[in-house]
Design a protein around this ligand. Structure first.
Ligand SMILES: Cc1cc2nc3c(=O)[nH]c(=O)nc-3n(C[C@H](O)[C@H](O)[C@H](O)COP(=O)(O)OP(=O)(O)OC[C@H]3O[C@@H](n4cnc5c(N)ncnc54)[C@H](O)[C@@H]3O)c2cc1C
Length: 462
């Protein structure tokens, strides 16, 4: 095979593309991965999951010291933070992890090609004027923030998540348009650092699509922390003034609202990114902006596959990774599968939110008979030692079979606790299975056991 021909060319080195490249190389394919960014890792490592979690951690440490250390008898007088240092710590983490992917590519003999890829014909990819041949092409070009037509991003004062991750000053008043995961996470960062934060959300609840009880609990907790909410309210216009931005909105009662802030974060969702990819040239079909694939991740054009944010399903890094592995295994002649019912969704606010499987509302809509068990962290000894009282674990099980259909957690370290629920669901566990497993004491995980016991009305510690 010549230097310019490959078994597989992957376009995009985000969690979908880089993972698929490595897995395909492990399976013996000759693989190249094309990336137009200077660094590997895609949205997730560069401007998504990782930098947001770095800032969430720093701001959480500060807020803890300010608001909770005194409960433990610890004095933290004269507490200050240095935003520049927080930002450079974040950048160092990103730098380190993206370089790590370079190392993984070298270790697995994946050829990195720098530049923007364009499909010029079936099996032919052009990058910087050079044409490469591929037996298979995998599209993993990800997504971008959806803009509001009357509030175009300048990434200084009207920011997407990317601008919000790199502000030079803590805003006095941050207006967040969209109360989904990204808006609440980045809103939390600046709230903890002293901003006034107002969230405007078109739906009647924050975190739309999640278990309603979870959304309502989170709203209460974040409100207690100082976040302000305008729910059932749509942003209708904006005026950009020299120092501030005025955002006009209308609620469901037709009342006009005007908010004035120094920074506006528009986080109304993300859309698949396929610009300049040349999909029309080969006739790849998209529906509602996302590329259509079959169960084998193959588009309507044989030999062209797609995964991650550009195809249907939750826009999450771990979903993209799972699809990357499955697609690589299929392309290499094996079998690959993703169980879409068992993909956890996590919000890294404090307390955290984590969910897997069906919500109560979805079960009702599907006519599934259910029994639920709920256990508050208020009653969990480990949470009490940590000073955490908010939140709960809710287990939803089928009324007749007791099979776990969904688990929803608001609470400390929910992001880690959900892994047990995902494992249980992957093994088709019943609520009783979880309830009969011995959990260490005192641990937060005991709350899941108690909630599972609660499905049968026999929780012990509540
Ligand atoms: C602020 C924020 C926080 C997030 N937090 C989380 C989180 O905590 N957990 C989670 O699971 N998800 C999170 N996400 C979502 C997650 O980042 C995405 O779901 C994930 O990155 C999607 O992976 P992907 O491989 O499909 O695409 P991407 O990561 O978007 O990667 C696509 C890559 O393709 C490249 N590309 C595009 N077109 C071309 C071309 N023509 N030629 C060459 N290269 C091209 C792009 O430059 C990009 O690097 C977050 C997102 C944001 C914005």
């Amino acid at each position: 095979m010549s230097e310019t021909s490959f078994d597989l060319i992957v376009i995009g080195a985000g969690p979908g593309g880089y993972v698929a490249s490595i897995r395909a190389a492990q399976l013996g394919l000759k693989v190249a991965c094309v990336e137009k960014r200077k660094t590997l890792g895609g949205t997730c490592l560069n401007v998504g999951c990782i930098p947001s979690k770095a800032l969430l951690q720093s701001s959480e440490n500060f807020a803890n010291a300010r608001d909770h250390f005194s409960d433990h008898g610890i004095e933290a007088k004269g507490l200050k933070f240095d935003l520049t240092k927080m930002m450079s710590r974040k950048s160092d983490i990103v730098d380190n992890l993206t370089k790590g992917i370079d190392g993984l590519f070298k270790k697995n003999k994946v050829t990195r090609i720098d530049g923007e890829a364009k499909i010029v014909a079936t099996g032919k990819v052009e990058v910087a004027g050079k044409v490469y041949e591929a037996k298979n092409i995998l599209l993993a070009t990800g997504s971008e923030s959806t803009p509001l037509p009357f509030l175009p991003y300048d990434e200084k004062r009207i920011v997407s998540s990317t601008g919000a991750l790199a502000l030079e000053k803590v805003p006095k008043h941050l207006i967040v348009v969209g109360g989904g995961v990204i808006g609440l996470e980045l809103g939390s960062v600046y709230l903890r650092l002293g901003s006034k934060v107002s969230v405007v959300e078109f739906q009647d609840v924050i975190l739309p699509g999640m278990e309603i009880e979870v959304s309502k609990t989170m709203q209460k907790v974040l409100k207690k922390q100082g976040m302000e909410f305008y729910l059932g309210t749509g942003v209708t216009g904006a005026k950009v003034l020299s120092k501030t931005i005025k955002v006009q909105a209308k609620n469901k009662k037709d009342e006009e609202i005007e908010l004035e802030g120094d920074i506006v974060l528009v986080s109304i969702g993300r859309r698949a990114y396929t610009e300049e990819l040349g999909l029309d040239a080969v006739g790849v079909i998209s529906e509602r902006g996302r590329i259509v694939i079959n169960d084998n991740f193959e588009t309507n054009i044989p030999g062209i596959y797609a995964i991650g944010d550009i195809v249907d399903g939750p826009m999450l890094a771990h979903k993209a990774e799972e699809e990357g592995v499955a697609a690589a295994e299929i392309i290499a002649g094996g079998h690959g599968h993703v169980n879409y019912l068992e993909i956890p969704g996590i919000v890294y606010t404090w307390p955290e939110v984590a969910s897997v499987g069906l919500t109560t509302e979805e079960c009702k809509e599907a006519g599934l008979p259910i029994e639920t068990g709920k256990y508050p962290f208020m009653a969990n000894p480990r949470a009490r030692c940590m000073g955490e009282k908010d939140g709960f674990v809710k287990v939803i099980a089928h009324k007749e079979t007791d099979r776990v259909l969904g688990v929803h957690i608001v609470g400390p370290s929910a992001s880690e606790l959900i892994a047990e629920a995902v494992t249980a669901m992957a093994y088709e566990a019943s609520a009783e299975d979880i309830a009969r497993i011995c959990h260490g004491h005192p641990t937060l995980a005991e709350a899941l056991k108690e909630a599972a016991l609660g499905v049968d009305g026999r929780a012990i510690h509540v």
